[in-house]
Design a protein around this ligand. Structure first.
Ligand SMILES: [Ca+2]
Ligand SMILES: [Ca+2]
Length: 268
């Protein structure tokens, strides 16, 4: 009996290991030499499957965590005192094209990241609150974006339709949004995809196709982001839509989702 249980445990362990390896090695960017920049029109040849920022899982897990990470982990390891609150977010369709040439945006240029619309909302918690985990929940909705998008949490990229590693600098293993570094960069459709950092699992439909959006992250991702600034109790969620050349660029559909936030408020 004991031996059987040990065997079953080992088999289960191997299966978990295999699953973990599979989830860490999903989609690499496919390369099709027939694709050219001039053919770009906002299509997403590569989306619809889980993906990671190439080798970024390794970069993230090997990166030095913020110095206060153990404080957050310790606070979150308490089984009592957790509070869970749901926050609903709505990022409306902008109803306008990119504001070409203004506010850091560049003029229209086909095949380059020229302009963006940023929408920002706050996640406000009480003073002293330490985020332990966040679970996202999207209702079924038509998800359109034109041409590309970024979803960020405290300016760390947590989902995007393009790999921006070429221009954006990682901090503690996560890319940080900075439009001034991205403006004018070449749009290479080999870098399109479903991008989700650091062991996250993301999927969404190709643009203009109704379907489910799903994004999910290990709790350590938010604990590390929390550890970057323990005093921060208002957090920022941004949806950024980016375009290159036409009147439909920088648009996206209405986006509804909720975030279930698990946090603790340690005594001061
Ligand atoms: Ca465009
Ligand atoms: Ca477009």
């Amino acid at each position: 009996m004991f031996k059987n249980e040990t065997l079953i445990f080992r088999i289960n362990f191997l299966i978990v290991l295999l699953l973990l390896q599979t989830s860490c090695n999903v989609t690499k960017f496919s390369y099709d030499s027939s694709e050219s920049l001039s053919s770009l029109s906002g299509s997403n040849s590569d989306s619809g499957s889980d993906s990671v920022y190439g080798s970024d899982v390794e970069t993230y897990t090997n990166s030095t965590p913020p110095v206060n990470t153990p404080i957050v982990q310790q606070a979150c390891s308490n089984v009592t005192g957790h509070r869970v609150q749901d926050f609903n977010y709505f990022f409306p369709k902008p109803q306008e094209t990119c504001n070409w040439g203004n506010n850091g945006n560049l003029a229209i240029r086909n095949g380059f990241f020229q302009a963006r619309i940023e929408q920002e909302q706050a996640l406000a918690l009480e003073n002293g609150a330490i985020i332990c985990d966040i679970k996202f929940s999207f209702q079924k909705q038509q998800f359109l974006y034109d041409d590309h998008f970024i979803l960020s949490f405290n300016d760390a990229l947590i989902a995007s339709s393009y790999d921006f590693q070429e221009r954006l600098t990682p901090s503690f293993g996560l890319l940080r949004y900075d439009w001034s570094k991205m403006a004018g960069m070449t749009w290479d459709n080999r870098r399109e995809g479903v991008l989700c950092p650091a062991g996250g699992q993301c999927s969404w439909p190709d643009t203009d196709i109704p379907g489910n959006i799903s994004i999910n992250y290990p709790s350590i991702l938010f604990q590390r982001l929390m550890a970057e600034n323990l005093n921060r109790n208002s957090h920022s969620i941004k949806f950024i839509s980016i375009g290159d050349n036409d009147n439909f660029d920088c648009e996206h559909s209405d986006i509804n989702f909720s975030m279930k936030v698990d946090y603790v408020v340690p005594l001061q």
